[in-house]
Design a protein around this ligand. Structure first.
Ligand code: SF4
Length: 172
């Protein structure tokens, strides 16, 4: 069993498995800083077999907000981490090169946890001419500059959840 994020324990787990020394529990004692994450082998995906043809990619993890009904702040202890933008761009370029796909799904818990980061990311994505889907919080809709940058970057779909009991509107 892996407890916490797999990034820091996956390699030792695989080594132990190869050596026939698998342990019961592999526990990550800290969160990954999201720098230098290994790139998924997108060329192995049979994307034509999926109904929703968008390649998953991640720019951030966690959320700085604390909606009472949501598990994300609990799971990540209230942290919000972002990947280096140049690494995200390089990964997307590589995906386009090996798969020919230009549609992406940002699987972030919510991509606009830091508006400054989101704006920089959207600026960096614009020249790539991709289309993408993501989740963000409703307060992002009041930031005109960010909406414009997201549109130029190729956003075509945003998930925004509305929770009536909590009288708030969030991304989940
Ligand atoms: S619902 Fe969305 S905005 Fe609220 S805490 Fe969860 S991830 Fe963050």
């Amino acid at each position: 069993m892996v407890q916490g994020e797999a990034d820091l324990v996956w390699e030792p787990l695989l080594r132990d498995w190869q050596d026939g020394k698998l342990k019961q529990i592999y526990k990550a004692d800290k969160l990954h800083d999201l720098k230098g994450l290994p790139r998924p082998r997108h060329e192995l995906l049979k994307l034509n077999k999926y109904l929703f043809k968008a390649v998953p990619v991640q720019a951030s993890r966690g959320c700085p907000y604390r909606c009472s009904f949501c598990e994300i702040p609990v799971f990540y202890n209230g942290s919000y981490r972002t990947r280096p933008i140049e690494e995200i761009v390089e990964e997307i370029k590589q995906v386009m090169q090996v798969t020919g796909f230009r549609r992406f799904q940002f699987i972030d818990d919510q991509i606009t946890g830091k508006h400054k980061f989101a704006k920089e990311l959207f600026r960096a994505l614009a020249p790539l001419k991709i289309r993408f889907s993501c989740l963000w919080t409703v307060n992002s809709n009041h930031d005109e500059e960010m909406l414009e940058l997201a549109a130029k970057a190729g956003v075509f779909h945003v998930n925004i959840g509305v929770d009536r009991s909590a009288r708030t509107a969030c991304c989940r």
